[in-house]
Design a protein around this ligand. Structure first.
Ligand SMILES: Nc1nc2c(ncn2[C@@H]2O[C@H](COP(=O)(O)OP(=O)(O)O)[C@@H](O)[C@H]2O)c(=O)[nH]1
Ligand SMILES: [Mg+2]
Length: 369
């Protein structure tokens, strides 16, 4: 897993290493600011991160702050037992939609699932041909039509066909640009409606493809698509081709959408599940010496083991709180819900009052096994 991220983040890591050739145990705030900006983390986010840290920052302190950028309470849709589970792929031209569809198809095929593709980018003939040639190479069936024909009809036929054959997955390509933004918006909405007509609940996952080489400017694009249709998550492509890997922090921070995968090359196998911890550690490896200790007392507050979580629940229970999810607790006597979070140093869990002050806190050492 780790080495996959190394490959994808090679250029970003090189950029950081050029700016700070010597790895250390502590790095000053000023220097960190430069390094994060260098990696294309957006300015506001860099300021926020820096503000929360001491003058000299250790690896663990930075890890905790950065990893929390990817922690937000949104539903993450995982492929379910739907037959078929339908995914709609959207994004601007050239973002990597068609290539990513091929990569997803390859993944599902490897898992022994039957996949069918729908070529609903009917705007350009080349787009249909491109998906057809991937379908041939991967040996998966495809539903397509002539250029200019109704993309919704293709989606309908693809889903109907997969349903009739008992296929597990349908992936639908779409056009990234039409004559106007309004046309695109209406077309995407229509495809969504028609998918639902073909199979209630479809499309089950609407994925936005963002071009990683565009850095933080991809955020505005994403917002435009979010306004057109409800996006369920994103895949960021071409991470291998950019030194702007830090943009992922800003993308996550601004959009608060699950990042399902990242693309790290042009081949069908160059798609890896996004793992926030591995991603952050790969970037930290460029700045800091190897982590000597996993976390204080072996407790990684962001990734508790089952036993550690049980201990936390027992502590909360004793104080009259129930753990609702990773980020929320309910106070039993009042029924109030509060946020629970890991502090910057990663050594305490804090229950926050609505006004933001700390109601209760627990030392992570108490969870050590
Ligand atoms: N290096 C690299 N190139 C990619 C990646 N994903 C897509 N591409 C390339 O980006 C270009 C546009 O991709 P395409 O799938 O046609 O984009 P679409 O217009 O959104 O369908 C193609 O040349 C792809 O090979 C990736 O993860 N890494
Ligand atoms: Mg395409």
């Amino acid at each position: 897993m780790f080495s996959f991220f190394k490959k994808g983040l090679k250029k970003t890591v090189e950029r950081i290493e050029e700016s700070a050739p010597v790895k250390r145990e502590k790095v000053s705030k000023e220097e960190l600011e430069d390094l994060l900006l260098e990696a294309d983390v957006a300015y506001e986010l860099v300021e926020r991160v820096i503000d929360s840290l001491p003058e000299q920052v250790t690896r663990l302190q930075l890890y905790n702050t950065l990893v929390s950028t990817f922690t937000y309470d949104v539903p993450r849709i995982e492929p379910a037992d739907e037959r078929p589970f339908v995914e709609l792929i959207v994004g601007v031209n050239g973002a990597g939609k068609t290539t990513t569809i091929a990569k997803l198809a390859q993944r599902y095929k490897n898992e022994g699932l039957r996949v069918l593709l729908g070529a609903s980018d009917t705007f350009r003939a080349a787009a249909i041909e491109q998906l057809k040639s991937w379908a041939e190479r991967l040996d998966v069936p495809i539903v397509y039509t002539k250029q200019g024909h109704d993309p919704s009809a293709v989606a309908f036929d693809a889903i109907s066909s997969a349903k009739a054959k008992g296929f597990e997955r349908v992936i639908i390509d779409t056009a990234g640009r039409l004559h106007t933004q309004k046309n695109l918006s209406e077309e995407l909405k229509k495809i969504v409606r028609v998918c639902h007509k073909a199979y209630e609940g479809a499309p089950h996952r609407k994925i936005l493809i963002l071009d990683g080489t565009q850095g933080t400017s991809a955020v505005n694009q994403a917002k435009a698509f979010k306004e057109m249709i409800d996006i369920d998550g994103i895949i960021i492509t071409k991470l291998d081709g950019t030194a702007k890997g830090g943009a992922l922090f800003s993308i996550a921070d601004e959009l608060k959408l699950p990042i399902y995968y990242v693309g790290v090359g042009e081949k069908a196998e160059d798609l890896i599940p996004f793992d926030a911890s591995a991603f952050v550690n790969t970037i930290l490896d460029a700045i800091y010496v190897e982590q000597t200790q996993e976390a204080p007392h072996g407790v990684d507050a962001h990734n508790l083991t089952d036993a550690q979580r049980a201990k936390l629940e027992a502590l909360l229970d004793a104080d009259g709180f129930d753990l609702l999810s990773k980020h929320f607790v309910t106070e039993r006597s009042t029924g109030e819900t509060y946020r629970i979070q890991v502090n910057t140093l990663g050594d305490r869990f804090e229950i926050l009052a609505k006004e933001g002050h700390v109601l209760k806190s627990y030392d992570t050492r108490l969870l050590a096994e």
